[in-house]
Design a protein around this ligand. Structure first.
Ligand code: ADP
Ligand code: ZN
Length: 736
């Protein structure tokens, strides 16, 4: 488009000025003139010139008093797009999140406009149909194309060309010959709406009071936070479905957030059983066309229920009436690249701004949420036992100091015997190890050389499946050599420690005849293959599942009765303030996969520290003991939620630059007795992708406006230049 001409020709005709927020890394909105004949109000989605490009952006405010001296230098809004305006509620959310996380407002806005250039009404797709005789002499390309459309039906034009392996020109040629015709494809009709009365289950007596609470909260429709607190298998999903049914009846949209799209497969089926049709999905694995269509449906209010990963929170719902955050404790809700935000916390913010109810569901609530429920800020809705009389799994420790696996193995003798017995009973067993690949470390037996990433401070992980040594931080990989690069010894490399692939090798040799399957995020090529693998497990076509945290959550495998945790201590020893909480949650979740349908589930924890408070609470199934000790510790040390944290991560291509900047910044921190500054310290992961990293940690009292403190500090502090980078993480979850 030619903006120059438009600008000069319309400068006299412009009627007003609006401030427009563009979805790039800028905080402030820019003024544009409104051409005559265009009516704009805040929230309208527009195209505006930005440098040499034209970008989709949003009118943020009317500008009643533009500086007259600037007027002639302003550019014109290019066009108003034919999509619903962003509501005031969503614009407030963008402002709120940007302000709280210290992200550029434009970057937060970008999450609401995830369609980029695809924004706008769906383009009409063209189709091609066979209508006449084929010419006598056919090129092979024409013959293939006619073969594809020989059924006389309307085929998508680009799909037909692709299937036949021909260019669009071949189609056009046959149209000229009168053999084919091109006509618009009918629009796919909107999917049928979920039916709130399709198949309502019979609820148990215990479930009924929770169901009543869910319905009441949805019917009330105002801002209200409920913690749906129920053990694994208690029916939390069935119960919150009733809040969704009520919201559908009220004609409002519901959003269900899930920590991982890995969880959505079985979920879609369950939803369809309850409501007749699956919900609309929103996550990164959708094709661009589906994204465009779903975005349009969400903003037009044609999607009554949306299930999605954290990014679904920022969609422009036409009439959002309920948010459910499933597995609310899950750390996958924290986004750590680009804008650092916690989707659960921001979901509560959105519910507050939109004045709607929100349900946080978990068997192992985050300490923050648990404290909010204890203080009465959140309503606690309890499901105390498993549905249908199924028992909670029994948990036993296997003390690795006394019951050692034999040399080179990782499954202890007792666990081996129990798995054998389970497989003989035709039950499933799950071996859990939260480590991808074959082995976390490779070393040379001859000289002791260890294989490390050249640009990160990390060992290379042996991935036998891919036959490469891989860095889990930057993705660098190399083939596993036959000769040590350090001492040239041949065949001297040994794998140290287990990963899931190695565990599968062990399981295959110890349990010959058992069908094993490894589930690990790096082995998954597409969401479809993952869903079909999870189905195979659910249908009982696998005897021993070996998995990382991908299998820990949410899934329902009816024949699974035994869970063996290979290294229960794995998450405990890294000095992370949330290590105890995470270990408690993860191990509860994974053992909670056992015994959900019939029989008695059992979990074995292989550990070197059975007397650790987390292990003791797990073994005793003593939830209260865990929360009591963890809450007491946080209160004493003023860790969240009794105090607040923010991290600054400074990185640069060399160590002195990063450290020097961090020291300068620290020296300029405003003094305030409510804030304590820790560091700078070299980050535990000191080098990632060749960048040296230093950390500063701010700790403040509860209720203190850390965001504002940070803003003032950073405004007065030194500016990053060259390849220095400063990342701000308010409410950090990761301390690496
Ligand atoms: P949670 O989310 O608490 O782990 P789920 O909602 O997955 O529990 O329920 C566990 C299992 O029990 C599922 O198979 C679910 O379909 C079943 N279930 C729960 N409540 C009922 C009910 N009232 N009627 C029939 N099946 C139920
Ligand atoms: Zn690396």
């Amino acid at each position: 488009m030619d903006h120059i001409t438009r600008q000069t020709s319309s400068s006299a005709a412009a009627t007003g000025v609006v401030d427009v927020l563009v979805p790039v890394a800028l905080n402030q909105a820019y003024s544009y003139r409104v051409p005559r004949g265009m009516e704009l109000k805040p929230g309208d989605v527009v195209a505006v010139p930005l440098g040499p490009r034209e970008v989709v952006a949003v009118v943020w405010a009317e500008n009643a008093n533009p500086d007259p001296r600037l007027h002639n230098r302003l550019k014109d809004v290019g066009e108003k797009l034919d999509v619903p305006a962003l509501t005031g509620e969503l614009r407030s959310l963008v402002d709120w999140v940007a302000n709280y996380t210290l992200s550029a407002r434009g970057m937060v806005l970008r999450m609401t406009l995830r369609m980029g250039e695809n924004l706008g009404p769906e383009r009409v797709r063209m189709g091609v149909r066979l209508i006449g005789e084929a010419p006598k002499r056919l090129t092979p390309a024409r013959r293939r194309l006619i073969g594809v459309v020989s059924d006389g039906l309307l085929h998508g034009k680009s799909e037909a060309a692709k299937e036949a392996g021909v260019s669009a020109g071949v189609i056009d040629g046959l149209v000229d010959e009168g053999t084919l015709t091109v006509e618009p494809m009918p629009r796919p009709s909107a999917p049928p709406a979920p039916d709130p009365s399709h198949a309502q289950p019979e609820f148990s007596r215990q479930q009924r009071s929770a169901v009543d609470a869910m319905r009441a909260l949805a019917a009330n429709g105002s801002f209200h936070v409920a913690l749906l607190d129920g053990v694994t298998g208690s029916g939390k999903t069935e119960v919150y479905f009733e809040a969704i049914a009520e919201t559908i009846r009220r004609g409002r949209q519901s959003l269900i957030l899930m920590p991982e799209i890995a969880l959505t497969g079985q979920f879609l089926d369950r939803f369809a059983q309850r409501f007749g049709v699956p919900p609309l999905e929103w996550h990164s694995a959708l094709t661009p066309r589906t994204r465009a269509r779903n975005w349009a449906a969400i903003s037009a209010g044609e999607a009554p229920v949306v299930v999605g990963a954290r990014s679904a929170l920022f969609m422009p719902y036409a009439s959002l009436g309920l948010i459910v955050v499933d597995e609310e404790h899950d750390q996958a809700y924290k986004q750590d690249d680009g804008a650092h935000y916690h989707a659960r916390d921001m979901a509560v913010v959105r519910a507050h701004l939109a004045k709607i109810p929100i349900i946080l569901a978990s068997a192992t609530p985050s300490v923050e949420t648990e404290v909010n429920a204890r203080k009465g800020r959140y309503q606690r809705v309890v499901l105390p036992s498993r549905f249908g009389g199924a028992h909670m799994p029994h948990i036993e420790a296997i003390d690795l100091r006394r019951e050692q696996p034999s040399r080179g193995r990782f499954i202890s003798p007792r666990l081996t015997a129990e798995i054998k017995a389970a497989v003989e009973r035709r039950e499933q067993a799950l071996l859990f190890l939260n480590r991808r690949g074959y082995a976390p470390l490779t070393l040379c037996r001859a000289c002791g050389h260890r294989f490390a990433c050249t640009i990160c401070d990390a060992w290379l992980v042996d991935h036998r499946f891919r036959q490469r040594l891989v860095c889990h931080h930057c993705g660098f990989s190399m083939p596993r050599p036959h000769v040590c690069p350090n001492c040239a010894a041949e065949e001297s490399l040994v794998a140290v420690g287990p990963g899931v692939e190695r565990l599968q090798e062990e399981a295959a040799s110890v349990f010959p005849g058992a069908r094993t399957m490894v589930l690990s995020s790096d082995l998954i090529t597409s969401i479809e293959t993952m869903r079909s693998e999870l189905n195979e497990i659910a249908e009982g076509r696998v005897d021993i599942i070996i998995g990382t945290q991908l299998v820990a959550k949410g899934h329902h495998f009816p024949r699974l009765n035994l869970v063996g945790v290979i290294d229960a201590d794995l998450g405990l020893g890294n000095g992370d303030p949330r290590a105890a909480e995470r270990t408690w949650q993860l191990l509860n979740q994974v053992i909670g996969r056992a015994g959900r349908d019939q029989g008695r589930g059992v979990g074995y924890l292989q550990t070197h520290q059975p007397e650790h408070p987390v292990m003791k609470a797990l073994i005793a199934c003593d939830r209260e003991a865990f929360y009591a000790s963890e809450i007491e510790a946080r209160e004493r040390t003023l860790y969240p939620p009794f105090g607040r944290l923010a991290s600054l991560i400074i990185s640069a291509g060399d160590r002195p630059t990063a450290e020097g900047f961090a020291r300068k910044l620290a020296a300029l921190a405003p003094r305030d007795e409510r804030v304590q500054l820790l560091g700078p310290a070299e980050a535990p992961l000191a080098v990632i992708k060749g960048r040296y990293r230093f950390r500063l940690l701010l700790k403040s009292v509860r209720g203190f406006d850390l965001s504002e403190y940070l803003r003032q500090w950073l405004a007065a502090g030194p500016k990053t230049k060259g390849n220095l980078k400063l990342e701000v993480d308010v409410d950090p979850q990761s301390f690496l």
